[in-house]
Design a protein around this ligand. Structure first.
Ligand SMILES: Cc1cc2nc3c(=O)[nH]c(=O)nc-3n(C[C@H](O)[C@H](O)[C@H](O)COP(=O)(O)OP(=O)(O)OC[C@H]3O[C@@H](n4cnc5c(N)ncnc54)[C@H](O)[C@@H]3O)c2cc1C
Length: 456
């Protein structure tokens, strides 16, 4: 076994780009020795901890940047060239720009107006409470992802343009994981590492390799439509959301402005086979505004509905969509992907003392999972509840849109979205909001036993 792993390592190193730290590799497997320390974690004296990050989306690049900056020997695998965009609306909250130092010139649109349409097409403007400097940033994913990937490289990560096909698990706490990958669709290579971060999205192969269990997925469908100039002007700083059984039985449909086109899409968990009819319905609802437009791209992709049963196993951690971090209700995942990647990367740096010692499953649980759950589990649960209450039927959706007209609701929603922390409420206004919610639901004749069972 030892000889075999050594061979893997030698092959992989010779296959790396010129950014590979050393062209004459040290024998990887032999340098692992069991330490006599109390924790019984093996030492890695004489070299740095080696981590493979699979997937160069926001989760993977953020993980790789944190790892490389923290002194870890980092390998970031991405199968797609920079020009290929992950199907996505590309909306990110204001706080992400500062937290992740994202240059303002990457932003295509500054959305300051949101309009939500009820099943009966009642429109409510959402955004009156925004302050002058506040907006939702719309970016193209190919632009954002390329930027984050390059930054990880600048921090010292080795970017490997390749498709990871398989992961061999170690046979002991000291033996490496072996990443199998192909480059240019032909040559097969391998790389032996101590730790793996699975940031390979909703169809994660890393998750499958470690038996992390599956999750329910929504399917999202989106068309990019180029509009005549005067129609594009209408969407200059406006994003629209549409709710109703016609456009989705359990989610919302959207029109998001991009650099020179709009993204029109919808999603569903329950009726995936009908996704194309929901897409036709959203196009019908917006038809006066998009008539004359030209479809330039059609895309579809799964969106996880909840975290996987297992997110850490052995020395492997899942982050972003691979872990299942997309909020219900809004379908937001970019920020949470970047955040979880960075949190996991920092956790590995801390536990390995800057790449000087081996880590184990307990370290990943303590430094990453525990921190993540403490920070975000309640947000995810709350949005799950909201989705079940408000997206369940057309009557509920009418109530939702009515509520969105309330200024206090708007302020609380936007502040929570833009800054990713619960906005400071006003007790009296909170009571009023609950009463208004009840009122809206009662007017929609849906405050019955079903509602009570959802809330309790
Ligand atoms: C239609 C649609 C619209 C959306 N709109 C929004 C929105 O407006 N705002 C928002 O916040 N979220 C949105 N989301 C969710 C968001 O796109 C995801 O939550 C986010 O992309 C997750 O980032 P990630 O890095 O975890 O995974 P991904 O972005 O999926 O990145 C995974 C990366 O891994 C690479 N990869 C996968 N497998 C391999 C492999 N075997 N080898 C090498 N590389 C591999 C992929 O090429 C990809 O680059 C939307 C999702 C969809 C489907």
């Amino acid at each position: 076994m030892a000889t075999q792993i050594h061979h893997f390592h030698t092959t992989s190193i010779s296959s790396l780009s010129s950014k590979t730290p050393s062209s004459k590799p040290k024998p990887y497997f032999r340098s692992l020795t069991i330490s006599a320390s109390k924790s019984n974690t093996p030492s890695i004296a004489g070299r740095k901890l080696r981590v493979a990050v699979i997937g160069g989306g926001p989760a993977g690049s953020s993980a790789a940047e944190a790892l490389a900056a923290g002194g870890i020997e980092t390998f970031l695998f991405e199968r797609n060239p920079p020009s290929v965009a992950k199907p996505c609306g590309g909306a990110i909250p204001l706080c992400m720009l500062d937290e992740f130092n994202i240059p303002r010139d990457l932003i295509d649109r500054h959305v300051t107006r949101m309009r939500i349409f009820s099943p009966s097409n009642i429109a409510v403007d959402f955004g009156r409470t925004l302050k002058q400097h506040e907006f939702i940033a719309m970016l193209r994913r190919e632009v954002l992802d390329s930027f984050l990937r390059s930054r990880a490289q600048s921090a010292g990560a080795n970017l490997i343009a390749g498709l990871v096909t398989n992961l061999d698990l170690p046979t002991s706490p000291t033996s490496p994981y072996v990443v199998h990958y192909t480059t240019n669709n032909t040559s097969r290579r391998t790389l032996a590492v101590d730790v793996v971060i699975g940031a390979d999205g909703a169809n994660s192969r890393v998750a499958k390799s470690i038996g992390a269990g599956s999750y329910a997925c929504a399917i999202a469908f989106q068309e990019r439509i180029e509009l005549p100039d005067e129609k594009m002007r209408y969407y200059e700083n406006l994003a629209e959301m549409y709710v109703g059984n016609d456009v989705s039985p359990d989610f919302y449909a959207w029109v998001f402005p991009k650099c020179d086109h709009v993204a029109v899409g919808t999603g569903t968990v329950r009726q995936k086979q009908d996704i194309k009819s929901y897409q036709r319905a959203i196009r019908e609802r917006v038809s006066p505004k998009i008539n004359g437009g030209k479809v330039i791209k059609v895309e579809a992709h799964p969106i996880p509905e909840h975290p996987r049963p297992i997110r850490v196993r052995g020395r492997v951690a899942l982050v972003g969509d691979a872990a299942g971090y997309v909020t219900k209700c809004s379908g937001e995942g970019i920020y949470f992907a970047a955040k979880s990647g960075r949190m996991c990367g920092n956790g590995v740096v801390k536990a390995s003392e800057g790449g000087e010692k081996m880590i184990d499953e307990c370290d990943l649980r303590r430094e990453y999972l525990k921190e993540w759950d403490a920070k975000y589990v309640s947000t995810f649960r709350f949005l799950d509840l909201l989705q079940r209450v408000f997206y369940g039927s057309n009557a509920c959706r009418e109530a939702l849109v009515e509520l969105c007209g309330d200024e206090y609701v708007q302020r609380m929603t936007f502040e929570s979205y833009l800054y990713k922390k619960l906005a400071d409420g006003d007790r009296w206004e909170d009571v009023k909001m609950v009463m208004n919610t009840m009122g809206s639901l009662m007017r929609s004749k849906i405050l019955g036993k079903k509602m009570e069972s959802l809330i309790l």
